[in-house]
Design a protein around this ligand. Structure first.
Ligand code: MN
Length: 231
């Protein structure tokens, strides 16, 4: 097959302990999946899970021990951090039951769902899509993917984010409203998952703005740390 121009390289993420990279197909994100974050965004209770997407080329892959760089995006005065556990799908499927979800996992990573909060808020108010607030370039920094066998059980892992050395977010994955199996059950009822899909599973409370020059360090116990500087 030939193309009318050279296609851009496939977005990909490094894998712990492997020279091969994880090719990214889609990035799904879960909204408001920790109770205290739902509250700080003005919502309460356990609403059905809902999803939005980012383009695959929004990833900013960061190697272990390195500091990635994300450009401060245009149009916003309120770039928020959301530290999240990311599930990397290795085997596709549709209408997957929660109890079978783990069979589809390739691994886990630490990710940031960076958000133009002011633009997202404006779109919410107008009942318009969130894309401009969520799906911009560099909006998905992500550390290396740890294969499931090496990661062990992440369902109760500590998750945190610091900005310039100070705590902003600190919680545990145990506080997810919808757990990983339930997320996959709901998501795969609406879309057929494929190898290469990433699922950002939601952020705990403490989301706030960063500015150019800030350094973000996020981590999840067992999955290492993600370091990103805002340029
Ligand atoms: Mn999020």
């Amino acid at each position: 097959m030939s193309y009318v121009f050279n296609p851009l390289p496939l977005p990909s993420v490094p894998v712990v302990g492997r020279p091969e990279r994880f090719p990214v197909r889609r990035i799904y994100c879960v909204g408001r999946n920790y109770e205290e974050h739902a509250k700080e965004m003005g919502f309460t209770g356990r609403e059905p899970p809902f999803f939005f997407m980012k383009p695959a080329d929004a990833v900013v892959p960061v190697n272990a021990g390195e500091t990635g760089t994300m450009a401060y995006p245009s149009l916003t005065k309120s770039l928020h951090h959301e530290i999240e556990l990311v599930v990397a799908i290795g085997t596709g499927g549709k209408t997957i039951k929660a109890a079978d979800a783990h069979k589809h996992f390739f691994g886990y990573a630490v990710g940031l769902d960076m958000t133009r909060r002011d633009l997202q808020g404006e779109m919410k108010k107008q009942g318009r899509p969130w894309d401009i607030g969520k799906g911009f370039e560099h909006s998905a920094p992500i550390g290396p993917i740890t294969p499931v066998a090496q990661a062990g059980d992440v369902s109760k892992a500590e998750i945190f984010l610091q900005v310039n050395g100070k705590d902003r977010q600190r919680s545990t994955v145990a506080k997810l409203i919808w757990n990983l199996g339930e997320i996959v059950e709901h998501l795969s009822a609406a879309w057929e998952l494929q190898p290469g899909d990433l699922i950002f599973t939601g952020t705990p409370e403490g989301v706030a703005a960063v500015v150019a020059g800030d350094t973000l360090v996020g981590g999840i116990a067992g999955l290492g740390e993600l370091r990103v500087r805002v340029a």
